[in-house]
Design a binder for this molecule. Sequence first.
Ligand code: NAI
Ligand code: A1CAB
Length: 275
Amino acid sequence: MASSAVHPQRIAFLGTGKIGEALLSGLLRAGKRPAEVLVTARRPERAAELADRYGVTACTNAEAAKLADTLILAVKPQDMGALMEELGPHLVPGRLVISAAAGIPTRWFEARLPAGTAVVRVMPNTPVLVDEGMSVISAGSHATEEHLRRAEEIFASVGKALRLPEAQQDAATALSGSGPAYFYYLVEAMTDAGILLGLPRQVAHDLIVQSAIGASVMLRDSGEHPVKLREAVTSPAGTTIAAIRELENHGVRAALLGALEAARDRSRELASGGK
Ligand SMILES: NC(=O)C1=CN([C@@H]2O[C@H](COP(=O)(O)OP(=O)(O)OC[C@H]3O[C@@H](n4cnc5c(N)ncnc54)[C@H](O)[C@@H]3O)[C@@H](O)[C@H]2O)C=CC1
Ligand SMILES: O=C(O)[C@@H]1CCC=N1
């Protein structure tokens, strides 16, 4: 998925933690020149470490606001209010502001930035680290087609990028933003099950991870509905149906419906940078 077609513009990451660094590394892999990338962090040692590791330039939020054409905001929703206070007075008109924060709507940023600032809301996920990210992109009220294309160019360089109406961002956050965590959780639980069945931990891990990779590639490439793929594994009176009966008895399908609803609701609660 990585391409070398990233726009020759200066991009700043404000708050370069887990997702910020994942995006930064992906963008550099995709061909973005380190000289065109700025990073900020709360702790100066962290910014210096990133500058050292990636060859990018560490700076303050105020400097980033003046120097960068595109600012990618990747602090926690709870820290976004403080970041806006630092940025607002320094932001030069004409900049593109991309927020990766869960929950916070574009209108919240527009109310805190110079009038007319283009804001794009993006929900990426951590597989951007391996160029298999899923990023959902929505325009704020001053973002033009050109701004959306610039955001798409950044996120499509590290996986898939999909435009959706902003009203669907909280749902997308529950599905793809948090999604990788659900799969890791399943792998962790199934590895424990392997240990219960007497396998060494590493063997159990390898069996489950390769099964997950095989199943993912089939889901992506076969064109078959997941039900069909599952039916092909489920032999009459066999082992798989015995396991599925247990999953149904424990309400795993209902638990997933409730879990994703809870994630969507939490995203909504974060709308005002809430606690
Ligand atoms: N981790 C994930 O999988 C995803 C996270 N997000 C969003 O990305 C944002 C960051 O999440 P994570 O990377 O998980 O959190 P994190 O805590 O790893 O990263 C946030 C970073 O921002 C820094 N920071 C806080 N205030 C700052 C300031 N004023 N100036 C400069 N740096 C500052 C923190 O020191 C920290 O390093 C959140 O808004 C989250 O909703 C979105 C998609 C996926
Ligand atoms: O857990 C969170 O709030 C962030 C947003 C999506 C994934 N991680």
